[in-house]
Each structure stands twice: as C-alpha cells, then as structure tokens.
Design a binder for this molecule. Structure first.
Ligand code: GLC
Length: 613
C-alpha cells in the first residue's frame, strides 16, 4: 500500500468520526491542544500498524459481523498455568484446534509486582510483558502465528487503575503534582469520607475502604480495588490520551479483542456511587471511534459485572455503538441458581430479557471465569416464591460449599462480608457439578450424575444467544486446586482455587473415552462440531425460550436459515417430562436418529439437541 493510499484510508475514517469525537472530547476536557495531540498520535499509530493487520482491518470492515459466526468459540487461560510463557503457548496452539477454539483470551500478562498483582490486574508497565512470561516481541509473534492459524487473541486492558509501582504512581508518591493529578490525591480525609458515604466496596473483606493512606507523603489516594491499585483520574486529559495510546499500542501488537477491565468504575464523582456515570459512556464511545479509525478489526469487550439494566447501555446505540461484546453475567449467575434450586423459572425469565434485546447486541456466554460468582439475581422477581435476598444468597453459598445435605458441590466463599451478609463463591465448573466430591467419595453413581450435569451445562451454554467462552481446564473437568493456600501472595484470595495450573497429564487422558477427561472432552467436542456445522447456531439466529410446563426443564429454540433447533435441558436429578406437542419430523443432532417432540422424557441432568428436518 502506498503512503498516499494509506493516508486516504486514515483520513476517510477520521472524517467519519471527527466531529463526534471532537465534540465528546471537548465536552469532557475542553482542551484543543490535547485533542490535537490525540489526533496526531492516532495517525502515528495508524502509520505504524503492520500491513497484515491493516489487511485484517479491511476484511473485517467489510464484514462487521465476522465475530458472530457459529464457529466462534473462546477459551480463557493464564499463560503461566497453561504453558509457562508466551513461547510455550505458541507451541501448544494445536491444542486449541483440538478444542475447536478460535479465540484465546490471555489473562493479564503485563509487568506486575509479584506480591501485589491481583492476578495481573495491577499493571506496573503497560509496555512490558511480565519477564517470566516473555517479551512484547513474543506477544506480537504469537499474534502473527495465531492469525495464520485462524485464531484470534484477546487481552485485558486494565484502564481503571495502575499498580502503585507504575512509573506515574512512583512519581506521584514522590510528591510530583503532575503525576499526583493523574490519580485522586487528598491531603486530609474530608473528601474521602464523603466518597465513602456513597461508594460501595468491591473487596469488603480483602481490601476494605476506597482510599489508602500514604504515610510518607501524608496523603490519601483512591484505591477502589486493592490498596496497591491506584484509581486513574480520567478528568485529566493526559490520562485519557496516554491510556488511548496504550490501547492502540496493544492493537498494533495484533490483539483482536481488547477486554476493558472494570469499565463501569472509570469516572468518579462525589455524591455518586462512582459506577456507570455518563462520562464512562463518553469515554467508551470515544474509544470505539478511535478503534474504528486506527484498527477497525479490533473488538471491545466490556467487563460490566452489574445487573442487566446497567450492562446493556455499554452496547451504546445502533448508531453510536460502544462495546462490541459484553459478558452475560446475570445469566451466568442465574444458571447456577437453577443448578442449586433445580428450578429454571428465573433463568427462563432472564434469558427472555436477553433474547428480547436488539440482535446486534452480542453477549459472551460462560459458565465460569477467573473471578468469583456474585449472586446478583433478580430478587424482586424471586420474592413471589418467598425467596428473599439475604437468606437466598446464604442458601446458594451453603449449597455450593457443600454444606446443605444432598449438595455435591465443592468450593470456597469469597469476600464474606459480615456487614452486608453478602458473600460470593469460587470453584471450578467440575467441582461445582459434584465431580470432586464424587471422586473423593469414590461414588460411581454420583460421578456419572456429576459428569452428566457438567456436560448438560456446557450444551446449554453453547446454545445460548451470543458467543461461548470456555474456561481453560473445564474441557477436561479440572477440579478445584487448593494449593494456593500455601502461597503467601495468593492465600487470602480464594479466587485462586479455580485458577490452578493446567494439568497436561490429565489432558492426555482425554483420548481415553472412559476417563473423566475423555468423557467431558469428547462430549464437548461433539457439541462444538455440531455447533460449527449447523447454521442455526449463527449469532444472528432468533433465540427464544419455549415453555415445556415443567419447572426443571429449560427449552431454548433457535431459528436461522430456515432451520429450527430445540435445546432441552433437565436441571433436575431425576427424569422429567417436557410437556410439548411439536409436529416433526425431528432429528436428534447427537445420535442422528429421528425423535418426536411429544411429551419428551429427559433423563436427570440430561439434554437433547434437536433439529427440525
Ligand atoms: C476485574 C477483574 C478482577 C480484578 C478487578 C480489578 O473485575 O476481572 O479479577 O480483581 O477487575 O482489576
């Protein structure tokens, strides 16, 4: 591409967004010079973008729904747990093919102090990979190799805060006002005290309070998360500009998806909850436009762990989009509620809410991620069955920690707050489904039931509306790893229970169809292949729930390309009947046999994937 051609593309894209971008920038910062600087740097990042990435941009600009195809399947993993370092990941790429995965989320890998890292979410240097994981060159190379193999790469962009060891924080701690103004510094507790009146706590027991006192300079600094994670002050245009340069830097390393960490928190205002303020949306919208100008192949995935009304606005509007994808967090938590209660009514309602949103909105579906599960359910709806928030949360936590008779789940609580009586839960999918307890008790019947539940939940997740994301290790039924308790820097954070090392020795067993690993891996592979082959799994499909008049059976229908699919999932332990009368003929997609949808009996924790012929 000649320079003139390239400039023309850049100018055309800039022209499309310039007025809105400038308008929003001025609204927040009223600073022409900083806007001019932003534009100059945008051009420089565009100029430096490698040609293969520019080619990717062009293809995806012409196919903006590229990521909504039925072959999209994600997997999230920690580089060190999975393969030691970035080069190790490169050597293991064939494993993703085995798993039908074409989208890899590399958990935080930037330089971060070992003792104070929050799993890598306390970034000390945005331009440096954690030395034991490799170098920026290794990352860019991995991206190139992934692209050659049809794989997409995702990384976290921790925008809300830096580590206290980041250069800005170090200089701020030295009392340099230029850098102090990039954070929230106060020389007495008056304003922090006012903030504390309205701002909830993220880590009430592991890191109480939203401010940290720095005795060496006699100042308080805002720390919404851990005391070593200092909140950035986006009222300062220098912060916004520099963070956009970091974003573009990662895009130019070849990232396909940028996960914007903790995005609701990035704007603070006294007298508010400091969550989801309108300026956050201005910033995300600007980021989307900046991405579309320099690297339109790159997707924004917003991490908004909030109730649905708060999540959806992060898609923006159809004319003025913000994030391309958001986590389907309430559905995830509600799924586990159905596992514990064997009752799908709340889940059905939650899915109806999601399914009624505009088709352009794409959710990322998952059963587990690296974080705890918070029980953010629709409690006003649950009250009709006498289920109240505090006791119900207690029930769920007791259930999943295995304290309730009959509960087979194993795991640990997280941030068990005696004040709000709130606690969240940690554990792997397999342990939550009962595989750990069954193996411990050497109980074959329970083991079979637990495997059945695990597979059923994956089948259900793969048929939800949106893009599925597996948590590395779940494909071989990995159990809780209690070894974190022995590591001082991890011991206080029970999320590490489900962040164990990937067990390659166990993964080898996936070829043995009778082993736990083989059973789960094989079932998932079959489901993933069907999903890839059947156009009815395209993200553009019309997805609905279907009432089968049984509170334990969830039925999902998908319609696309003239096909109709039924996913029928029994959350109860015993066989249940899906009371339905649908005239066929139908095919059971798993066996290829004919099946009739007349009052279908579904085995305990069983499921059917059925397609109209
Ligand atoms: C996000 C991450 C979580 C981290 C927090 C602070 O919520 O998922 O792991 O602790 O941000 O960065």
């Amino acid at each position: 591409m000649t320079k003139a051609n390239a400039d023309e593309i850049f100018n055309k894209r800039l022209e499309r967004h310039h007025d809105e971008l400038k308008w929003l920038y001025m609204e927040l910062y009223d600073n022409d010079s900083m806007f001019a600087e932003l534009c100059t740097n945008m051009y420089l990042f565009y100029r430096d973008r490698r040609n293969p990435l520019k080619a990717r941009d062009k293809i995806r600009e012409n196919d903006p729904c590229w990521f909504r195809k039925n072959d999209m399947l994600g997997m999230m993993l920690y580089i060190d747990n999975f393969a030691g370092n970035l080069k190790g990941v490169e050597q293991k790429l064939s494993y993703f093919k085995d798993c039908n995965v074409n989208y890899i989320h590399l958990m935080p890998f930037l330089d971060s102090p070992k003792e104070h890292s929050d799993g890598g979410y306390a970034v000390a240097n945005f331009r440096k990979v954690r030395p034991d994981l490799g170098t920026m060159k290794d990352l860019a190379r991995l991206a190139d190799v992934c692209h050659e193999k049809g794989l997409n790469l995702c990384m976290d962009f921790v925008m809300n805060h830096t580590s206290e060891e980041h250069e800005w924080a170090v200089r701020a701690r030295e009392g340099d006002g230029e850098y102090m103004s990039r954070y929230f510094f106060y020389d007495n507790y008056d304003i922090p005290a006012q903030f504390e009146k309205t701002v909830p706590q993220v880590f009430p027991t592991t890191a109480p309070g939203n401010f940290t006192y720095l005795p060496e300079i006699g100042h308080y600094v805002m720390t919404s998360f851990y005391p070593y994670q200092w909140d950035l002050n986006y009222k300062n245009p220098r912060v916004f500009n520099e963070m956009m340069y970091n974003f573009l830097f990662f895009a130019n390393q070849g990232m396909d998806v940028i996960r914007i960490d903790a995005v609701p928190y990035i704007w603070k205002e006294l007298g508010t909850s400091c969550r989801n303020l309108k300026q956050v949306h201005t910033i995300v919208r600007m980021m989307r436009m900046i991405g579309e100008i320099i690297c339109p192949s790159v997707l924004l995935l917003g991490e908004v762990v909030m109730e649905p009304e708060k999540v959806v606005p992060y898609f923006g509007t159809v004319e003025k989009p913000e994030c391309h994808m958001l986590y389907n967090v309430t559905t995830m938590a509600t799924t586990w509620n159905s596992v514990a209660t064997r009752d799908i009514r709340l889940l059905k309602r939650q899915m109806d809410i999601v399914n009624n949103l505009p088709g352009e909105y794409t959710f990322l579906n998952y059963l587990r991620c690296h974080d705890d599960i918070g029980w953010g359910l629709d409690y006003p709806f649950l009250t009709q069955w006498e289920m109240r928030e505090v006791p119900h949360k207690r029930f769920l936590n007791d259930y999943f920690t295995g304290k309730i008779p009959g509960s087979v789940s194993r795991g640990e609580l997280y941030n068990d707050d005696p004040v709000t009586q709130d606690a969240r839960f940690c554990g792997t999918t397999a342990s939550m489904c009962g595989i750990e307890s069954a193996e411990y008790e050497k109980d074959q019947v329970k083991w079979e039931a637990a495997i059945g539940l695990d597979i059923m939940l994956h089948a259900y997740m793969l048929s939800q509306s949106g893009i599925p994301m597996l948590y590395s290790g779940d494909e071989i039924g990995q159990l809780n790893d209690y070894s974190y308790r022995e590591e001082p820097e991890k011991a206080a954070d029970s999320r590490y229970i489900h962040r164990g090392k990937f067990r390659w020795d166990l993964a080898e067993q996936r070829k043995d169809k009778k082993s736990l690993q083989g059973r789960i891996f094989d079932a998932l592979t079959r489901l993933e292949q069907i999903r890839k082959q059947e156009p009815v799994f395209d993200a553009s499909a019309r997805v609905c729930t279907y009432d089968v008049h049984n509170n334990s059976i969830l039925c999902i229908t998908r319609e696309a390309a003239g096909d109709k699919f039924f996913g029928i999932y029994n959350f109860a332990d015993q066989p249940e009947t899906a009371w339905m009368q649908e005239d066929g003929p139908y095919t059971d997609l798993l066996t290829g046999m004919d099946i009739t949808l007349h009052d279908l009996t579904v085995p305990g924790h069983g499921f059917y994937w059925v397609k109209k012929q």
